[in-house]
Structures are given as structure tokens and as C-alpha cells.
Design a binder for this molecule. Structure first.
Ligand SMILES: *[C@@H]1O[C@H](CO)[C@@H](O)[C@H](O)[C@H]1NC(C)=O
Ligand SMILES: *[C@@H]1O[C@H](CO)[C@@H](O)[C@H](O)[C@H]1NC(C)=O
Ligand SMILES: *[C@@H]1O[C@H](CO)[C@@H](O)[C@H](O)[C@H]1NC(C)=O
Ligand SMILES: *[C@@H]1O[C@H](CO)[C@@H](O)[C@H](O)[C@H]1NC(C)=O
Ligand SMILES: *[C@@H]1O[C@H](CO)[C@@H](O)[C@H](O)[C@H]1NC(C)=O
Length: 352
């Protein structure tokens, strides 16, 4: 065989392997874990899911050191790197949907869906001046009315709905105490149920709503116990929210005669990670899972704060990969990766 022939056969072999490779991918997708092939992700909720909707002037997520791990600079995520939305999109095999506020600049990415989540928001109005969940769904409906998406196109869509507790912190801030909480939890879950039903009514095929994480174990609650112990009262209230949520989701599935609604079990997933140290699991291990990486020097300051002279008023750990929590509320990228890898989280995702 002369060189030219050899090159030609090598080229053919290359083409052949390329196509057979492709075939394998196609076959792989046929046996994919999904009952359908998700093509778009629409996201509603708060800072656990926001990837840049928050206004730069207001949100800590646009300040250094947020984003130092990914994308390498502050870009609107409330973490050092990737957040819940990125992991769910990755699982679905699609690109992270663009934040709603960039829908015009990045219109080419609308094919992966849109992220309508705004840090600090809840199902009701909270302490931030950002769109509540009802308004976020209005934005979504507006895009449908404007024919950016068709109802038919939504048949291959998934929605992620994050409710990480801002309604409850707003309630405590307004009322000064947790008295009257159980009734309020009931109204949060019933408003959330209205929202889930509405997203389904607009045509989204599968809707994953997060259960509340153990709020009493967030650094903002464990700080008074030197980051060693959770606030059990708060976790009891979280359990009530989660029980009502599971009931509501079961009812929605019955009403719609479907398996459209699923609960993403963040509660179990967070606890699995917290308990990993005791279980001596190899990876990933966080020395003290309750200790955050980035904290304000005193109560008046938070991660990213600087004083009027630009002097930083927070401390930053040497390696964000070594902590579960980034700031007093949000996990690090490594923390989200650990949550994503838990059986509780994977089993929830399998229902999509
Ligand atoms: C959401 O915000 C809109 C606009 O500010 C307001 O009219 C509406 O009452 C709010 N909805 C809920 C459920 O709090
Ligand atoms: C979208 O269109 C429907 C039906 O015409 C209308 O009821 C609704 O108010 C519109 N919503 C938005 C957000 O434009
Ligand atoms: C707490 O605030 C809500 C309204 O935000 C109010 O309806 C309720 O009565 C308050 N509860 C207590 C115990 O103050
Ligand atoms: C636990 O949280 C509740 C509700 O936020 C609060 O009232 C209580 O003081 C906290 N418990 C402790 C021991 O700090
Ligand atoms: C629910 O769906 C099943 C299977 O698709 C069907 O056999 C049944 O008739 C439906 N029931 C109602 C009440 O729509």
C-alpha cells in the first residue's frame, strides 16, 4: 500500500468510527433514563437557582469573591461556582439556560430554555424588590404569548422550581418571631401549589420542585453554636413544609392523572452530605460541613462586603473545595456537586 492509499484507508476508518460512534450515542439516548428527551429547562425561584438575574447594584452575587471558581469572576451566581440549575441542566444533557434578563442579548441560547429565578425571592413578596414567583411565571407566559415558545415545544420541557426559604426569613423579619408559623407554612405551600399547577397548565411536561433544605443547619443558624449544631426548632418547621409539599405534589399528580410533578429531595441530600464525615466516606469530605468559606467579620457584614474605603470586611477560606457552604446560606460548587451525587438527589432526578 502506498502512502496515499494508507492515508485514504485511515481516513475511511476514521469516518467509520465517527459514524459508529454517533450511532452509539443515538442508541444511548433511546435507552436514556427519560420517558421523553428533555430539550429545554425553565427555572423559577430564588438564589439556589439564579444564574444572574439579580441586579448588579443590589446583589452580593455580583461582588468578588462570588464566582471565583466558576466562571472565574462574579457573574450573578450565589456561590463560588456552579449552582443547582447547572447540575440539573447537566443531568438533562443540555446547556444551562440563560438568565431571563439576557434573553435579547443571548437569544441564540433560548433553545435551552430560560432561567426566571431571582435571588432573595419567594412565592410571596419578601424583603427584596425582585419579581416573586407569580411574576416570574407571568414572564414565562409572556414569552409564550409572544410565540418565543409554543405549547407543543414545551412537551419536551422540564421546569425546576426552587423554594429555599426566603418566605420564612421574611416572615420572621416582619413578625419578629416564629409564632404563627405553622399556618404560614400552609399558605406558602398552597400558593406554591397554585404556581406548580399553572406551570403545568402552560404546557411544561415535567416539573421538579425542591423540598426545603434543613434551614436550621445553614451557617446563619449554626453561627450561634460555633457552626457545630443545627437549630432543631427550625428543622421541625422545615419538616412540616416538606410533608405538606409531598402531599400537594401527590394530589397534583392525581388531579392531572400524571407523574408530571416530582419533589427534589434537598432535605435528605443535605443530610446525607452532613453525615458523610461520620460515615467515613472518602469523597467528598468536608472537615466541618457547617463551617462556611466566606463570612463577614462582624454581624453587620457579609461575604463580599467592603467598607467605605474599599477594605474587605469578610474572611475567605484558602480552598472553597474544602467547605460545603460558601456563605451563610449557599453551598459552594463542591457542596452542590456533593448534593447532586447523593442517592436521594439522583433518585429524585430519575423520576424526570
Ligand atoms: C407578586 O408580585 C405582584 C407584583 O408586585 C403582586 O401584584 C402579587 O400580589 C404578588 N403575588 C404574591 C402571591 O405575593
Ligand atoms: C397571555 O395571554 C393570555 C390569553 O390571551 C392572557 O390571559 C394573559 O394575561 C397573557 N399573559 C401575559 C403575561 O401576557
Ligand atoms: C405574622 O404576620 C402575618 C402577616 O405577615 C400576620 O397575618 C400574622 O398575624 C402575624 N403573626 C403574628 C404571631 O404576629
Ligand atoms: C431557633 O430558631 C428559632 C426560629 O428562628 C428561634 O426563634 C430560636 O431562637 C432559635 N433557637 C436557638 C436556640 O437559637
Ligand atoms: C389516567 O390514565 C390512564 C393511563 O393513561 C387511563 O387508563 C385512565 O383512564 C386515566 N384516568 C382518568 C381519570 O383520566
Amino acid at each position: 500500500m502506498d502512502t496515499q492509499n494508507l492515508l485514504f484507508s485511515l481516513f475511511c476508518f476514521f469516518l467509520l468510527s465517527l459514524f459508529s460512534g454517533q450511532q452509539q450515542i443515538v442508541e444511548g439516548s433511546r435507552v436514556s433514563p427519560f420517558a421523553f428527551r428533555p430539550q429545554k429547562l425553565f427555572v423559577f425561584g430564588d438564589s439556589y437557582a439564579d444564574t444572574g438575574n439579580n441586579r448588579k447594584a443590589l446583589a452580593s452575587s455580583w461582588k468578588f469573591p462570588y464566582g471565583i471558581t466558576f466562571p472565574g469572576k462574579p457573574a450573578g451566581r450565589f456561590s463560588d461556582g456552579r449552582v443547582l440549575t447547572d447540575y440539573v441542566a447537566g443531568y438533562l444533557g443540555i446547556k444551562t439556560p440563560i438568565p431571563y434578563r439576557w434573553r435579547k442579548e443571548l437569544a441564540g441560547r433560548l433553545k435551552y430554555g430560560v432561567n426566571f429565578a431571582y435571588g432573595g425571592t419567594g412565592v410571596f413578596d419578601t424583603l427584596v424588590q425582585e419579581p416573586n414567583m407569580t411574576t416570574q411565571i407571568d414572564f414565562f407566559q409572556q414569552l409564550l404569548n409572544d410565540s418565543v415558545y409554543t405549547k407543543r415545544g414545551l412537551k419536551t420541557s422540564v421546569a425546576l422550581v426552587s423554594v429555599a426559604g426566603n418566605d420564612y426569613s421574611a416572615y420572621i423579619a416582619r413578625n419578629g418571631s416564629a409564632a404563627g408559623f405553622p399556618a404560614f407554612i400552609g399558605s406558602v405551600v398552597s400558593q406554591l401549589t397554585v404556581n406548580l399547577k399553572r406551570i403545568h397548565g402552560l404546557g411544561v411536561r415535567k416539573i421538579a420542585v425542591s423540598a426545603l433544605q434543613p434551614l436550621g443547619c445553614l451557617p446563619q443558624s449554626t453561627a450561634q453554636f460555633s457552626f457545630e449544631q443545627c437549630n432543631a426548632t427550625e428543622n421541625t418547621l422545615v419538616n412540616l413544609h416538606n410533608q405538606l409539599l409531598v402531599q400537594a405534589v401527590n394530589n397534583l399528580n392525581k388531579q392531572t392523572n400524571s407523574t408530571s410533578f416530582i419533589v427534589l429531595d434537598l432535605y435528605d441530600a443535605f443530610w446525607t452530605v452532613f453525615n458523610q464525615k461520620e460515615a467515613h466516606q472518602v469523597s467528598p469530605t468536608f472537615e466541618n460541613p457547617f463551617q462556611p468559606c466566606c463570612v463577614g467579620v462582624t454581624a453587620g457584614f457579609s461575604c463580599g462586603s467592603v467598607d467605605e474605603h474599599g477594605v474587605k470586611k469578610y474572611t475567605l477560606c484558602s480552598n472553597p473545595k474544602s467547605t460545603f457552604f460558601w456563605d451563610t446560606v449557599h453551598p459552594t460548587q463542591e457542596g452542590w456537586q456533593a448534593v447532586y451525587s447523593t442517592p436521594a438527589f439522583q433518585n429524585s432526578l430519575k423520576q424526570l
